[in-house]
Design a protein around this ligand. Sequence first.
Ligand SMILES: *[C@@H]1O[C@H](CO)[C@@H](O)[C@H](O)[C@H]1NC(C)=O
Ligand SMILES: *[C@@H]1O[C@H](CO)[C@@H](O)[C@H](O)[C@H]1NC(C)=O
Ligand SMILES: *[C@@H]1O[C@H](CO)[C@@H](O)[C@H](O)[C@H]1NC(C)=O
Ligand SMILES: *[C@@H]1O[C@H](CO)[C@@H](O)[C@H](O)[C@H]1NC(C)=O
Ligand SMILES: *[C@@H]1O[C@H](CO)[C@@H](O)[C@H](O)[C@H]1NC(C)=O
Length: 430
Amino acid sequence: MSIIYAVITVLLIHGASSLLSPSAIKGTLMGIPEDGLLNFTQMAVKYNKSAEEHQVTTEDGYVLTLFRLPGDKGPVLMNHGVFDSADGWILRGNNSLAIMLADAGYDVWLANQRGCRYSRKHVSLNPDKDPEFWDYSAHEYGIYDLPANIDYILNATGQSQLIIIGFSEGTTATFILGSTKPEYNAKIKSFVALAPIAFLQNASGPLKALIHLGPLLNGLLPFFEISGFFSLSKAIINLICTQLVIGYDFCFGVFFNPLIGPHFEAIDSSFFKVIIGHFPAGTSKKNLIHYSQIGIRSTFAAYDYGTLKNLEIYGAFVPPSYDLGKVTMKVVLVSGRNDKVSAIADVQILRDKLPNVVDWNILEDPLYNHLDHLWAVDAHKVEYPYVIDMLANCFFFKHLYADDLQIIAIPKLMRSRMRSNRPCSEIQRL
Ligand SMILES: *[C@@H]1O[C@H](CO)[C@@H](O)[C@H](O)[C@H]1NC(C)=O
Ligand SMILES: *[C@@H]1O[C@H](CO)[C@@H](O)[C@H](O)[C@H]1NC(C)=O
Ligand SMILES: *[C@@H]1O[C@H](CO)[C@@H](O)[C@H](O)[C@H]1NC(C)=O
Ligand SMILES: *[C@@H]1O[C@H](CO)[C@@H](O)[C@H](O)[C@H]1NC(C)=O
Ligand SMILES: *[C@@H]1O[C@H](CO)[C@@H](O)[C@H](O)[C@H]1NC(C)=O
């Protein structure tokens, strides 16, 4: 099984360096639903929102696109996951978290991490020619991209704090920021972490095999960009997953579902085509290898360059661990029970190290998996009302109950389950 995954993975990312024109890429997406072909701004307009496109330059020269759906309430920054772009947050249209937050009146900002389709730009490096452009992982998202976006938003809005909603790698980056630049904790009013990832030692199924294949793939693959939005590999993914009759069964059923946690009912074949119209949107090989190291080493630590280079870069034989004790911002964790990537056991390890967890909501649906936080057909019913309730009722109160949780003498995991799905207004009164 793991060999099949390795072969498929190598095939799909093979040819990553060949660039195709946008119209050639569109040609590989013929006949898919309209939402699969629109970009972020066009999606926003279709769902009756005015969208702004901003450019933010990081300290190390990356030029990032930051989208905004303006609103009257406080700013919320949405930080996407690996292989994705801001698009992931809006694909469900009126039932997407981005549109629902905008409908609720928030000033919604959506980040695009370096290297994805909207942020493939640098002041001096050329992503098509300079391998240095792809020399980054979640570490750089955390220490450069996120603070640049935060400072830009706070300056533009005149606010002193914002709320972050992260999904998957968007949470990894936020934990890295809070631990390496602790002064940013004060700028983050609260952080909602959907499918949080800081540990991967309890990942299971094919993902576990892929994590352990990391070092081998690292040696086999010369490419630095993986599944770029305008790459040959993306064109192959598009053709296989949307143009063939077996596309859904093969790409979703055989490949995706086992990786993220089987849940066929959450995403039908028509919506799967919409997803493929936007995803994957490109990342770096180093980013994936960093995750593989986090899983293999059972440690949330910086990139491992090997003993000698570590000594040169870090002054130690092993890379430094991120100190989660320094992540003092208020954190809300949301988990799915069938998530093979952000496994409950790994979130438990994370939860125990974070000093200021406000709530840990383990959603009731036993089939809820990793991508369901973004794309499940019922996410707008079973998850987003909770998120919006947390924003509306919890974060604007001074008193929070993380300390109350400590004194109840029951196992932490059970305690969080007892807390789950309770409206925030109710928790306040306990
Ligand atoms: C989205 O598409 C429109 C129409 O082609 C274009 O004007 C706009 O620049 C695109 N936005 C981004 C961020 O690519
Ligand atoms: C579309 O948005 C505008 C302003 O943003 C609002 O006035 C109008 O009611 C909205 N239309 C619908 C159908 O929701
Ligand atoms: C989205 O919701 C608005 C009302 O809030 C509605 O007018 C519009 O038709 C919906 N758009 C689509 C494409 O369903
Ligand atoms: C802050 O915002 C003002 C206008 O709102 C702008 O002129 C200025 O360049 C911004 N500063 C930074 C560092 O982005
Ligand atoms: C999770 O991983 C840790 C470290 O590898 C291990 O000790 C623990 O038993 C695992 N938890 C579960 C529930 O499998």
